[in-house]
Design a protein around this ligand. Structure first.
Ligand SMILES: Cc1ncc(COP(=O)(O)O)c(C=O)c1O
Length: 457
C-alpha cells in the first residue's frame, strides 16, 4: 500500500469505512474525497473547494444539498413523532397523506402505495408482489423476471440480478436463476447498418417475444424497465418502443414494472418517466426524488388488481408477510410531502423542460465543436454525452484509455462533478438549478472536454 499524506478525517475514513461502489485499492492509495457541506446545487469539500454537482449526488438531490424547507419539515416531524411503523394495521398522518399524493401524481388513483426505504427494496418488493399476483391467480409457475441489458435496479440480491451490468454481478455469482435479460433500446449503438428507428423497435419487440416463447410464457412473471435507463448510460428509448413492448407483455400475461427511481418527480420533463416514454406499468417504484434525497424513503405504487391479489391471498387469515422497519417512516413521509409541495410550487415539469432544453442546447453546441463527442441524448435534466475516438464511425475509445474517468477527473479539477459510465458522461443536476447554473455547468463541460482533447492529442 502506497503511503500518502492524508488529513485526519481522510485517514480515519480509509481505516474505518467500507465504501459503496469504490475500488478498495484506489481508496487505500488515494484516499477519499471528503465533502463538508452543501450549498444549493453546489458542494464544498474539506479543503474549501466548491463544485457544482451536475449529478445531484446520485441522481437524487433534486432540490440541492441544503434546503431549509426540507430541514424544517423533518424537524417539525421529529418534534411530533420521530418514529412509528406501519405493521399490524398501524398508520399515521404523514404516510396517509403521502400515499394519497402519490396515487394522484402517478394517476393510479384506484391503486395503493407500499413504502420502503431504498430503491433496491422497492424493486425487490415489485418482484415479490409479481410472484404473489400470479400465484394467487393460479399461475404459480410464472416466476421469471425479464430485465434489460444496461439496466441498473439496485444492490440487493434480486435487484442486482435484474441489473443488466456485468460488473454488478461479478464476484457475487449473480444473476440468480430466473432473472433474464433482453437488449437495451440503445439506438446509438444497437441499430444495425441501414436500420431505421421503427425497424429497430420491431426487432427489439421480436427479441422480447422470442425470449418469452423460448423460456415459456407460463414461466414469466414480469418485465422491469427504467423509462430512461440511467446508470447504464442514460438511454432514452426510441419512439414507439414501450407501446410495442407493452403489447407483448399483455399478450403473454406478463406484469409491467417501472423503475422510476431516477426518472420520477420531474427528472425527464414529466412528473414520471412513464409519461415521457408512454409506458403504462402495473407497478411503479419511486425513491430518490421522492424526498429529494434528504431522507431514505421509497415507494411502490400498485394497481388495484395487484393489491387485490394480496388481499385475496390473505383473506382467510395471515398477514401480507413483507415489510421493513422503516416502511412509511413519518419523517421520510414529511420530507417527501414537502419536496412534492416544492416541486408543485416551482412547476417542476415546466422548469425542467425549460432548463433541460437550455443545457441540452449547450451540450449540442459543445458536441458540434468537439472531435470526441459522438452522441448527445436524454430528456429533461437527464442528459448524456458519449465520447468516441471517431465520430463518423462511432469508434469507441479503447477501454484501457479510461477516457471517461479521465474526463471525470478533469471536470473535478474544473469545479464540476459529473458521472462517467464508461465513456458516457451523465448530467442529472438538481432540478431547481436556474439558467445561470445550467450555463455554468455547460461552460465547465466545454472547458473540460477541451482539456481532455488536448491531453489526447
Ligand atoms: C434506476 C435505479 N433503480 C434502483 C436504484 C437503487 O436504489 P437504492 O440505491 O436506493 O437502493 C438506483 C440507484 O441508483 C437506480 O438508479
Amino acid at each position: 500500500m502506497v503511503e500518502v499524506s492524508l488529513s485526519s478525517l481522510e485517514d480515519r475514513d480509509v481505516k474505518a469505512h467500507f465504501h459503496s461502489q469504490t475500488n478498495p485499492k484506489n481508496l487505500a492509495e488515494n484516499g477519499p474525497i471528503a465533502i463538508a457541506r452543501g450549498d444549493g446545487p453546489y458542494v464544498v469539500d474539506n479543503h474549501g473547494n466548491r463544485f457544482i454537482d451536475a449529478m445531484a449526488g446520485l441522481w437524487c438531490a433534486s432540490l440541492g444539498f441544503s434546503n431549509a424547507r426540507l430541514a424544517q419539515a423533518a424537524s417539525r416531524q421529529y418534534e411530533t413523532m420521530g418514529f412509528y411503523h406501519t405493521f399490524f394495521n398501524r398508520t399515521h398522518g404523514p404516510v396517509v397523506e403521502l400515499a394519497e399524493k402519490l396515487l394522484d401524481l402517478t394517476e393510479m388513483r384506484d391503486g395503493k402505495v407500499y413504502f420502503a426505504t431504498s430503491g433496491s427494496e422497492a424493486n425487490e418488493t415489485m418482484v415479490k408482489l409479481s410472484w404473489l399476483y400470479h400465484a394467487e391467480r393460479g399461475k404459480p409457475s410464472k416466476r421469471k423476471v425479464i430485465a434489460r441489458q444496461k439496466s441498473f435496479h439496485g444492490s440487493t440480491i434480486a435487484a442486482s440480478s435484474m441489473c443488466g451490468l456485468p460488473h454488478i454481478h461479478r464476484g457475487f455469482g449473480l444473476p440468480l436463476s430466473g432473472f433474464i435479460h433482453t437488449s437495451a433500446p440503445y439506438s446509438y449503438r444497437g441499430k444495425l447498418e441501414g436500420e431505421n428507428e421503427s425497424e429497430f423497435v420491431a426487432r427489439l419487440c421480436q427479441e422480447l417475444e422470442n425470449l418469452i416463447l423460448r423460456e415459456g410464457p407460463d414461466t414469466i412473471a414480469a418485465f422491469i424497465a427504467e423509462p430512461i435507463q440511467a446508470g447504464g448510460g442514460i438511454i432514452p428509448p426510441p419512439q414507439g418502443y414501450f407501446e410495442g413492448i407493452q403489447r407483448i407483455l399483455l399478450k403473454y400475461d406478463v406484469l409491467a414494472l417501472a423503475d422510476e427511481i431516477v426518472c420520477g418527480f420531474g427528472r425527464t420533463g414529466s412528473w414520471f418517466g412513464k409519461d415521457t416514454v408512454g409506458y403504462k406499468p402495473d407497478m411503479v417504484a419511486l425513491s430518490k426524488g421522492l424526498s429529494a434525497g434528504h431522507f431514505p424513503i421509497s415507494a411502490v405504487v400498485v394497481t388495484d388488481e395487484v393489491y387485490r391479489a394480496a388481499y385475496r391471498y390473505n383473506e382467510n387469515g395471515g398477514n401480507f408477510s413483507h415489510g421493513f422497519t422503516n416502511s412509511g417512516h413519518p419523517v421520510g413521509a414529511a420530507v417527501a410531502l414537502e419536496a412534492i409541495k416544492i416541486y408543485r410550487e416551482m412547476d417542476v415539469v415546466q422548469h425542467v423542460r425549460q432548463i433541460g432544453a437550455r443545457l441540452r442546447g449547450h451540450l449540442d453546441e459543445i458536441a458540434r465543436g468537439s472531435s470526441i463527442i459522438g452522441d448527445v441524448r436524454g430528456e429533461g435534466l437527464m442528459l448524456a454525452v458519449e465520447l468516441v475516438e471517431d465520430k463518423a464511425k462511432k469508434t469507441p475509445f479503447a477501454p484501457s484509455m479510461t477516457v471517461g474517468s479521465r474526463l471525470d477527473k478533469i471536470a473535478y479539477a474544473n469545479g464540476l462533478v459529473i458521472r462517467c459510465m464508461g465513456d458516457t458522461i451523465g448530467f442529472s443536476p438538481a432540478l431547481n438549478i436556474d439558467s445561470s447554473q445550467a450555463d455554468e455547468i455547460a461552460e465547465k463541460v466545454g472547458k473540460s472536454i477541451a482539456d481532455l482533447e488536448r491531453q489526447l492529442l
